[in-house]
Structure formats: C-alpha cells, structure tokens
Design a binder for this molecule. Structure first.
Ligand SMILES: Cc1ncc(COP(=O)(O)O)c(C=O)c1O
Length: 443
C-alpha cells in the first residue's frame, strides 16, 4: 500500500462532484465513495480503512484487484505497442482469441472483440439478424444486456423504458420460482410453464420473423436467477425447432463467476451443457483491468461471413492492451486454479454460510446462487415475500460499509459477489459482517 493522504480523498471527491457525470443517476444526490487502492479481495480508502470488496466492483474483478500477472502483461504490452488498428494482425489478439476459443469448445470458430458487454450484444444481435434474414429479438423482462441501442432495448428492467428507440424487440418472462409469474409450485413446473409461455410468444410473434433468443445464462443484475431443471435445454430445443439463433449473454456470469469458465458449462444450470450459437462476454475475461468484451461465434455463423462482408467494426476492436490483459488473466486463472477456487469456496463456504444466515434472519427470504455469484432476496415478511424497502437496503449498505465490507445492492437484494480468488477466511469475515449488519437493521 503506497502512502495515503486523506486530503487526496477529499480532492478526488470534490473533483468528481464538480466535473464528473455519473451513470443511471440524478446527479445532485450523489456522494461517491472514493477508492484509493486495492489488492486481491480488498480495497481501501484514503484514510487507510480497508474493505472486503464483495461487489467485485460491477461484478467484474474475478481475478481480484491488481493481480500482478495482469498488471505486468499490460505493462509489457505498453512497452511494446500500445495501439493497433483492428485490420492489422497482432500477436496478443491472436493469443487472446485462441485461449477464449479453447475454453468455449470445438463448436466455436472465431472471436469478435468489442469495447465492453453492451456492444458485444449489439454485434451478436447483428450477426444473428444478418445470418437469419430475420428481425425480431426475444429477451426476458428480468435481464440487463447493456447501454447501447439494441442492447438496452433487449434489456428487460426499468433502464429500457426511457431508451426504447430500437425496433424489433419482444420481451417474455423467464423462470423465477421464488417470484413465479406462472403460479407454479415447483422448479420443474416453473420450467415447464415458462417454456410453454416462450413457445406461445414465438408462435404469436411469427417464428419466421424471429432472429434471436437472447438470454443471460444466469440473469445477474436481475437477481442471480439460476434456471430451473430443463429450462435451458427447452430453450435450445425451441431455438432449433424454429431456426432461431440462441445467444447466451455471459458478460456477468462468464469466466469463473459460477465456478465454471462459462456458466452454460456447469451442472448448476443444466444436466449436460446446453451450447448456444453465440456467446457474449466482457467483465471477467480480464477482470475489467482494460475495457473489453466480445462475441464468441459458432463455426457455422463465422462461416457465413467468409465471403459476405460483416458490416460492423470498432476502432479499438482487439486493442492490444486489452488483449494482453486477457492473456495475462486467463493464464493466471488457469495456472492458479482460480475457477476451481470459485466453485469450492462457493459450495463449501458461501452457500452454507448464507443458508445459515437465512435461518437466523427472517428478512432473508431466499438465498440463490452458485460459485461466487449469490443473491439474498430480502423480504418484509417471509410469508408474503413482499420485497424489503429501499430505505432498509440503504441502511444495510451503510451498516456493511461501516463494518468494512463493500456491498453490491440491487432492488430489494444484496448480491454476494466477491472475486473468484476469495479465501475461506475472507468469506468467514464477510459472513460475520453480514450477520452483524442484519442484526443492526432488524433492531
Ligand atoms: C449480463 C450483462 N450483459 C451486458 C452488460 C453490459 O456490459 P458493459 O457495461 O460492459 O457494456 C452487463 C453489465 O453489467 C451485464 O451484466
């Protein structure tokens, strides 16, 4: 930790309030928390106070903060060549694409790199529209796909509504047993009814007009909604039946977060892997050390553009600093067993620990998740499942921060999303902090 000067923290805050315009916010009420530095699962402020980062920022620092392998890879590439136009070849880019394809498996042929997750979805949708000659995009109400033209309109949550300028988007309800839209009383029934609903939407929209079904494999921001048994298999079957391209958005759930390289590869979501046609990614691929995202393209869709022009591109597609950071991150994740760590810490420590907390605090209505990807669905009353108020969430955030934990909160939920490198000791500390914070707000 370098020398910290509390005055720098005040200056950072003042400069921010004077000059910086923030995402998704009314600006006047903002009071941003200033972070001075970080290492592993911890960050600190300019007063030297340490916090467990159980937000992973925006659920992206899968490898933790300041992993030396990634920092050094970026430094080495910066010494070599800091920028390359996308049309030119570049060693780091080829190495990054090769590694990503190796993890995705033989069905996939090429990687198109973007600047982040939204434009990954944007370009995946475009590829599907061009190859099918169809227009419509089906996605769920409980989803977030990014803040650009088609991606934000594919999004299901409130952020879509003021931004609905793209055409051809249709929404449907995915499965969510705890707050079912289908009056189901078991996960199996939820799955079956959600699939029937989706098929009715497809038939009603006209299958020959539908290019894409776009799904987060595990919807993240909407509440870590692990799909019930048979759902993804059923969606794949519908996509095949109606010749629709299936895109799995793995921007948040990919690259280790679920204890698998990709969420769709894990037994938590399907008995055997359900393979999509396109995969979108960002965040965990390099833990966000340099902005990057991309589309992993099936062999057959990639082949469609062997002799047809793909009408899309970005100045920074495959930017060498981002590519070097991907190579550094993926190699370190592999050699240090970081994805395996996420799986075992999740199964042995986070899952059981959160279940014990739910036993103790009736406010925790449901615990959902896998790996280092969990949500606590907080309720006023477990019988009615009425969501807890935003005022209580605000209080909880304050109690957690006071005790040294940086939380991730969304709607009526606290998401427990530490880096994949989190240790059992850090989980134990965090569980004590959550416990104390729930006790404090209940009092
Ligand atoms: C599932 C999912 N898709 C897409 C995005 C958008 O990614 P980005 O903010 O990098 O554009 C996000 C961001 O949180 C996400 O969670």
């Amino acid at each position: 930790m370098t020398d910290l000067n509390p005055a720098d923290g005040i200056l950072a805050h003042d400069l921010d309030r004077a000059h910086v315009f923030h995402s998704w916010s009314a600006q006047a009420a903002l009071n941003p928390f200033v972070i001075a530095g970080g290492s592993g699962s911890t960050i600190w402020d300019y007063d030297g106070k340490h916090y467990l980062d159980f937000s992973s920022q925006l659920v992206n620092t899968n490898i933790g903060h300041q992993h030396p392998a990634v920092v050094n890879a970026i430094k080495a590439q910066a010494d070599l060549l800091t920028t390359v136009a996308p049309a030119h070849g570049n060693l780091a880019r080829g190495e990054a694409a090769k590694r990503i394809l190796g993890l995705a498996g033989p069905r996939f042929g090429k990687v198109f790199f973007t600047n982040g997750g939204a434009d990954a979805n944007e370009n995946a949708i475009r590829m599907a529209r061009l190859t099918t000659g169809r227009d419509k995009v089906l996605s769920t109400y409980r989803s977030y796909h990014g803040n650009t033209g088609a991606a934000v309109v594919a999004t299901g949550d409130w952020r879509r509504v003021p931004n609905e300028f793209a055409r051809g988007h249709v929404h449907f309800f995915g499965p969510f047993s705890y707050r079912t839209e289908f009056w189901s009383d078991s996960p199996e029934q939820e799955s079956e009814r959600a699939l029937r609903h989706l098929e009715r939407v497809i038939q009603s929209e006209g299958p020959s007009s539908i290019a894409v079904i776009l799904l987060e494999t595990i919807p993240g921001t909407a509440g870590v909604l692990v799909p019930p048994p048979g759902y993804l298999e059923g969606v794949r079957a519908l996509a095949d039946r109606y010749d629709i391209v299936l895109i799995f958005d793995e921007v948040m759930c990919g690259f280790g977060r679920t204890g698998e390289w990709f969420a769709w590869q894990g037994s938590a979501v399907a008995e055997s892997p359900v393979i999509p046609d396109l995969i979108t990614f960002a965040k965990g691929v390099n833990s966000g050390y340099v902005p990057v995202g991309g589309v992993i393209i099936s062999e057959s869709i990639a082949n469609a553009f062997e002799h047809e022009v793909f009408p899309g591109g970005l100045t920074y597609s495959g930017h060498p600093l981002a590519m070097a950071s991907i190579v550094g991150a993926l190699d370190a994740m592999e050699s240090e067993g970081i994805v395996r760590n996420a799986a075992s810490v999740g199964a042995e420590h986070i899952g059981p620990g959160l279940a014990a907390l739910a036993e103790k605090h009736p406010m925790i209505g449901e615990v959902r998740g896998v790996g280092v990807f969990w949500a606590l669905d907080l309720v006023d009353d477990p019988a009615t499942r009425a969501p807890i108020s935003t005022a209580v969430i605000g209080q909880l955030k304050k109690e957690l921060k006071t005790r040294g934990l940086l939380p991730f909160a969304a709607d009526n939920r606290i998401h427990v999303v530490p880096p994949c490198i989190v240790t059992p000791d850090e989980v134990a500390q965090a569980l004590d902090i959550y416990d104390e914070a729930f006790t404090a707000v209940t009092a």
